[in-house]
Design a protein around this ligand. Structure first.
Ligand code: PMP
Length: 369
């Protein structure tokens, strides 16, 4: 039998020659490459999850709550409490990770014959999910310091008239956050070019020095904020993302969501995690301090470091970033080469993991000097 490769299959043309998203999952002592939270869930929360899941298991013969109302109400309370902006259940939608939230948005507002635009370098899944939903992808500009230049960004929107605009704040992989005025200017540019959906991806916002941009959804039915429990809640394995927007957007994504997309087990687990918000946000404070320490120490070592509002830090510059990535890996620490020429990204881990990383880059620096 001859080997059949992907491109031998009758797949859609736009998927030909593409690679799946994937950071290497290597078995090394210190893994600081996927922006996970290094702290396992606290034991009382693990117990609470077990209790809630046990109760849910008694009803697994039935489909789950299709509209996930109790969970959305809990997420709305969390958003109201942490942003000071009143959000109710009708403005919140949840799915399996914010990747699925973004996919549902693109299935609803993008699709064949439509385009989405993001300011790169940014989260590569925005482009990949766009392609996966048949949406054309347009790469918009960033400044050399990785901030967004409002005039250049608005000009790109005016030129391409995208149907969906992504603003990632804090941005992955650079850590850069944008201010409310920038979002408002880009939102206005996007509405002037074509009424389009503006998606503010706030996956890392709990780690930011700046407040959430969520209050901007008020009175702007084309502005959506997407969030996740993967980072601040330390629950990447749970797969729970959510959005806040005008209730009409929440109604619209239900046109494309699969029925019963959020399992009863997922809903029960996420509800348990929300009960422990305060403890989990305590870990976020530790991680913010560790993130700031990484910035300071990397700069002291002579590296260039992009200001970070996330739980990771972009550092460089390397003549050959991939060789530097390999040099750090050889010392037992896995960081991320996102393909931004000259730069690498390290996730803030526990103090011990961060020390191991700093030892590795110190040794690398010595070897190179
Ligand atoms: N948005 C951004 C900017 C991200 O970096 C990530 C994860 N790396 C996601 C969304 C998706 O996260 P999840 O699907 O785990 O919620």
């Amino acid at each position: 039998m001859t080997d059949v490769r992907i491109d031998d299959l009758p797949i859609r043309d736009e998927l030909r020659g593409k690679s799946p998203y994937g950071a290497p999952q290597l078995d090394v002592p210190v893994r600081l490459n996927t922006n996970e939270n290094p702290y396992p869930l606290p034991e009382p929360l693990v117990e609470r999850i077990a209790e809630r899941v046990r109760e849910a298991a008694r009803h697994l013969n039935r489909y789950p709550d299709r509209d996930a109302v109790e969970l959305r109400a809990g997420l709305a309370r969390y958003l109201t409490r942490t942003t000071g902006h009143e959000v109710d259940t009708s403005r919140v939608w949840a799915a399996n990770g914010s990747n699925e939230v973004l996919q549902q948005l693109l299935q609803t507002f993008g699709g064949p014959g439509r385009t989405a635009l993001g300011f790169e370098p940014s989260y590569s899944m925005h482009g990949l999910i766009s392609r996966g939903t048949g949406t054309g992808w347009i790469s918009g500009p960033r400044r050399d310091d990785f901030g967004i230049d409002v005039a250049a960004a608005s000009a790109a929107i005016a030129e391409h008239r995208p149907d969906v605009v992504f603003i990632t704040s804090p941005n992955n992989p650079t850590g850069t956050a944008v201010d409310a005025d920038t979002v408002l200017a880009l939102h206005d540019a996007a509405q002037a070019a074509k009424p389009s959906l503006v998606v503010v991806d706030e996956a890392y916002v709990e780690f930011s020095h700046r407040p959430s941009l969520l209050p901007l959804i008020e009175g702007r039915p084309h502005l959506v904020v997407s969030r996740t429990m993967s980072k601040a809640f330390g629950a990447a394995g749970l797969r729970l993302g959510y959005l806040a927007a005008h209730p009409a957007v929440v109604d619209a994504v239900q046109l494309v969501r699969l029925p019963y997309h959020l399992s009863a087990v997922t809903q029960a687990t996420a509800l348990a995690a929300l009960e422990h918000t305060d403890t989990l946000l305590g870990y976020v404070e530790h991680l913010k301090a560790e993130r700031d320490r990484l910035v300071t120490e990397l700069r002291a070592l002579g590296y260039e470091v992009t200001d970070s509002d996330a739980n990771f830090v972009q550092f460089g510059r390397f003549e050959d970033a991939h060789a530097a990535w390999r040099g750090i890996l050889d010392r037992g620490v896995l960081v991320r080469d996102n393909g931004v020429p000259g730069w690498l990204r390290v996730t803030a881990g526990t103090p011990q993991e961060n020390d191991a990383f700093l030892d590795a880059v110190r040794a690398l620096r010595k070897e190179q000097s």
